[in-house]
Design a protein around this ligand. Structure first.
Ligand SMILES: Nc1nc2c(ncn2[C@@H]2O[C@H](COP(=O)(O)OP(=O)(O)OP(=O)(O)O)[C@@H](O)[C@H]2O)c(=O)[nH]1
Ligand SMILES: [Mg+2]
Length: 432
């Protein structure tokens, strides 16, 4: 569920309110109709029965009748007047209802337009941010490639060699580079007259379709459990990759989407790590559960989940330490954290998010291998794309692992996190 779902929830509430108003108007109309029909019944009762002639029965009675007649005429007139008024009122209320309905329809259309516009603007801003953060990758390597192939009339072996070199240098990784080159070779073979200016279009198409084949790299959002339990994200990764920063950015993003977020400071190795997460929780305006330095990370995780459940939080994000000396230690620690969380929320953690630093290039791929062997990582966040020329590593990771790259970090600020969009990424990367 994303931003759009949040707005949809808001719209649903507004529609319910509008329905209540409509119901009130409908009730009012029904009451007035009832009054009108009572009034017209009264008029009918006052009127002499059709076909009967009223004959005065005696002189005295005749005198009486003469006295009563103007009274009954007045009553008829009054009843008729009442009926007219009731009918006028009914018309007025009906007109009001029609207008309210019309206004509601217009407001709905307006809101939909505003939402679409907002989404478009956001997408545009993200694309600009992404292009800016990929600047180094593009200038460093693909820029060199662009210069090398400029002026060449067709895509020949020399051009393909330079492309291969560029992909390797931008840390796409050997396996993915080979796949891309093979695809381009096929295209060149079928389309003999392809020129170099078409190369970036072809690259975009081929890389996008290569990534699309990896079904593991879809989706950016999450589904909260149906039973009201929180969705728990356990964040893992080696020292300094940007775990805590990414947690702060995620907390901010989820909060903005209307979710209730709680953070757990289960990196208890350093006092500074706890303080750092506290600062992010303040910035994002979300709750945090922390204990003192050196306390058991599993106990902190347990407290966080218990507190999140009691407070009806939607999302819990658990920070973990990056400095465990070996794989066995790491695995034991993470398993222990998982087990205690499951005592409260059996499906927790629904997400184990591995954070990797793009600027470490092939090391990031190696870390992904190691962590996926040690734990059930099911989502990836690639950080620091803004400061590196090794942005190509995202392509390699997205292509070679069956785990979706969900988020990318494009700066140190709270808003510098994007939901990874393969197509948009490829489009920005090969836009030279
Ligand atoms: N430029 C840039 N810097 C980032 C990004 N994400 C994190 N950083 C920086 O990377 C450094 C380390 O980030 P942390 O969030 O502390 O990393 P960590 O993984 O929690 O580190 P440990 O707790 O020591 O294991 C900080 O200086 C962050 O500001 C990013 O997307 N872009
Ligand atoms: Mg940290």
């Amino acid at each position: 569920m994303g931003l759009f779902s949040f707005f949809k929830k808001k719209k649903k509430k507004e529609a319910e309110e509008a329905d209540n108003i409509q119901e009130e108007i409908r009730r009012e109309t029904a009451e007035i109709s009832q009054e009108a029909s009572e009034a017209s019944q009264e008029v009918e009762e006052q009127q002499p029965e059709k076909g009967t002639v009223q004959v005065p029965q005696s002189d005295t009675e005749g005198n009486h009748a003469a006295d009563e007649k103007p009274q009954s005429d007045a009553a008829i007139r009054q009843a008729e007047e009442e009926k007219r008024r009731a009918e006028d009122e009914k018309r007025r209320v009906e007109e009001q209802r029609r207008q309210a309905e019309e206004e509601r329809r217009l407001a709905e259309a307006e809101e939909e337009k505003r939402l679409a516009e907002e989404e478009r603007r956001q997408a545009e801003e993200e694309k600009k941010g992404l292009e800016k953060s990929l600047k180094k990758t593009k200038e460093g390597v693909f820029g060199r490639l662009a210069r090398a192939i400029a002026g060449k009339s067709k895509v020949d072996d020399d051009v393909l060699d330079k492309l291969e070199e560029a992909l390797i240098l931008s840390d796409v990784g050997p396996n993915t580079t080979i796949q891309i080159i093979e695809r381009i070779e096929k295209r060149v073979a079928t389309d003999k007259y392809m020129n170099t200016s078409e190369l970036n279009r072809i690259l975009k198409e081929e890389v996008a379709s290569m990534l699309a084949e990896n079904k593991g790299s879809d989706s950016g959002y999450f589904e909260a459990p149906e039973n009201g339990d929180p969705y728990v994200i356990m964040v893992v990764g080696v020292n300094g990759v940007g775990k805590t920063t990414t947690i702060g950015k995620l907390a901010n993003m989820f909060k903005k989407q209307g979710y209730k977020v709680m953070l757990g400071a289960a990196d208890t190795f350093r006092a500074a790590a706890i303080d750092q997460l506290k600062i992010w929780s303040d910035r994002a305006g979300v709750d945090i559960v922390a204990q003192s330095m050196g306390s058991d990370p599993a106990a902190v995780a347990y407290d966080t989940i218990a507190s999140a459940k009691a407070n009806h939080s939607d999302v819990v994000i658990i920070d973990t330490a990056g400095r465990l000396h070996n794989k066995v230690n790491l695995m034991n620690e993470l398993t222990k954290i998982k087990k205690v969380m499951q005592k409260i929320v059996p499906s927790a953690p629904q997400e184990i998010l591995l954070v990797i630093d793009a600027s470490t290039g092939q090391n990031a791929i190696e870390q992904t291998k190691q962590f996926t062997e040690a734990t059930d990582v099911n989502a990836l966040a690639v950080t620091k794309l803004d400061g590196t020329a090794k942005g190509g590593v995202v392509l390699g990771i997205s292509n070679e692992f069956n785990i979706p790259v969900k988020y990318i970090g494009v700066g140190e600020k709270i808003d510098d996190l994007q939901i990874f969009d393969k197509e948009q990424f490829v489009d920005s990367l090969f836009n030279f």
